[in-house]
Design a binder for this molecule. Sequence first.
Ligand code: ADP
Ligand code: MG
Length: 249
Amino acid sequence: MTAPTTAAPVVEVTDLHKSFGANHVLQGLDATIHQGEVVCVIGPSGSGKSTFLRCINLLEQPTSGSIKVGGDEVNDPDCDIDAIRRNMGMVFQQFNLFPHLSVLENCTIAQTTVLKRSKDEARAKARENLEKVGLSEKEDAFPAQLSGGQQQRVAIARALSMDPKLMLFDEPTSALDPELVGDVLSVMRRLATEGMTMFVVTHEMAFARDVADRVIFMDGGVIVEEGVPEQVIGAPTEERTKVFLQRVL
Ligand code: ADP
Ligand code: MG
């Protein structure tokens, strides 16, 4: 949760555009995420938040513009996309765990197949992260035996087990029953405190206010307002931000 402005940029986005057919969804975004920074993206449904996040890890191909991750231009044909993706952990609204694998196996499979870690090493790393998310005792359970909040915490442990340099979250608590939201947010707060670089699309305004170093308000495919939470959430200057916040706060 510290944002020294001198920290190296982990992600630099310049004039990012993305269209789906005639639908010009992202209309020129500029953003920088520095090492150790927590950036929260807020905005109405359909404003392009998920598309923005998905362009950063190249689940969507940008139409134009530049995205640099760790200084490498991801749009460059010579760029090793897989290597870049390995540095990013992604947590979605839907947890996307492998239903036929145990919690522990969910957290080891990519380590052994992608990172070529030994089974022992992968298990040790997985257990370390399951402990971090408070689920050590569930390592032999299968996803269907867990609550939504527990499944999402497994998804976070699984992503962390790949030792990402950046964690991307797309509304990680939106599919959860209200009483399960807090546990997931606590895990995310802890990650932030430990210095993880995080890019979080969220509707949880209290989380954004307390944890974010910077808040980006998006509407209609553009960044309308950006700044520290005290400014963007506490004292927005743009009319569109005010209207949005009146609806969600
Ligand atoms: P948000 O996450 O802010 O709700 P999205 O990024 O999901 O917004 O969507 C922004 C716009 O992009 C919407 O109009 C949506 O229909 C469109 N869109 C998103 N993904 C796709 C896709 N894969 N194909 C076509 N249109 C898409
Ligand atoms: Mg979305």
